[in-house]
Ligand binder design. Structure first.
Ligand SMILES: [Mn+2]
Length: 301
């Protein structure tokens, strides 16, 4: 039995099929964890969502910025953007079922001691707060009046994170961190102007995982979203977005098998407040499959 983390699909259902063959995926014994941006920019968004729905207990998904963008487009709160490919869902007879399914997915998960998010975790947050904030947004998305949440979800916060934020401001900051963030300054402000590559950020900003004030008790984090750093594998973070929709690869990271005789304890032995030990490694094995799906657009995040 294995748990696999898989990076941004963005509608690349054919490549996913190939990757699942490559890892000999067994829905009865294995579990897949998808790191968000399930849909958009790629060719087969309906295929991806239908596959996720059919996998039920053996696939768990978190939402990314493209998934949330689709929910806003679907309610006519945002226009389709150049390069969006979600029209296949909009025109499908099961549109409302797929929307309902997306609304039920979380924004953060934990598996084997790793926190899974789409974009990142704010440097000042610990694991407990990260999961709590994600839960607050998930509740708003599931609520009957979720359109209210979608209407207030967009906006670039220019202030640092504050635990005193409440209501929509708090949820918007959470969405920006969990699904959009790349750079952050030493005070905890997010940079929304930077292009995607490291080095393009404004002065005083760092990739969020290198921010100097980063809370050491966050534990190891797996994320996607940032295809130009995809493949990053450090003691504290791992980035799974290896640019499938841009014609590169779709990657899975196989976590150590639980409870095997040679590896009795692969639940990372960390409680919510323990800093990572200095010799910590995120153990596991990379499997990458060359993309057979490709966006018609040039490279862009
Ligand atoms: Mn993304």
């Amino acid at each position: 039995m294995s748990n696999y983390l898989i990076g941004d699909l963005q509608g690349c259902n054919a490549t996913l099929g190939q990757l699942l063959e490559d890892i000999s995926f067994s829905p009865s014994t294995d579990c897949l964890y998808f790191l968000g941006d399930l849909i958009n920019r790629g060719p087969d968004n309906v295929g991806v969502i239908k596959r996720m729905m059919s996998l039920e207990g053996s696939a768990k998904c978190i939402l990314g910025n493209h998934d949330l963008h689709f929910l806003a487009v679907e309610k006519d709160l945002r226009p389709l953007k150049n390069g969006d490919t979600v029209q296949d869902i909009l025109h499908h007879e099961d549109r409302s079922i797929m929307v309902q399914w997306l609304r039920e997915q979380p924004l953060a998960l934990q598996v084997q001691g790793l926190i899974l998010v789409h974009a990142g975790v704010h440097p000042s947050w610990n694991r407990e707060l990260t999961l709590q904030l994600a839960q607050e947004v998930q509740s708003a998305l599931r609520a009957p009046d979720y359109v209210e949440f979608l209407m207030g979800m967009y906006g670039n916060d220019t202030q640092p994170w504050s635990p005193h934020l409440r209501g929509m401001e708090r949820m918007r900051f959470t969405v920006n961190v969990l699904t959009r963030m790349r750079f952050c300054d030493g005070e905890g402000r997010l940079d929304f102007l930077a292009k995607s590559s490291i080095g393009s950020q404004s002065e005083g900003f760092f990739p969020w995982f290198d921010a100097p004030q980063r809370n050491p008790s966050q534990g190891p984090i797996a994320f996607g979203h940032w295809s130009s750093v995809g493949g990053l594998h450090r003691s504290d973070v791992i980035c799974l977005d290896t640019g499938c929709v841009w014609g590169r690869t779709l990657s899975a990271f196989q976590l150590p098998t639980l409870n095997s005789p040679s590896n009795p304890q692969h639940q990372y032995p960390l409680d919510l407040h323990t800093p990572l030990p200095s010799d910590h490694v995120i153990e596991g094995k990379w499997i990458s499959t060359a993309s057979v799906d490709k966006s018609d657009m040039g490279y862009s995040d």
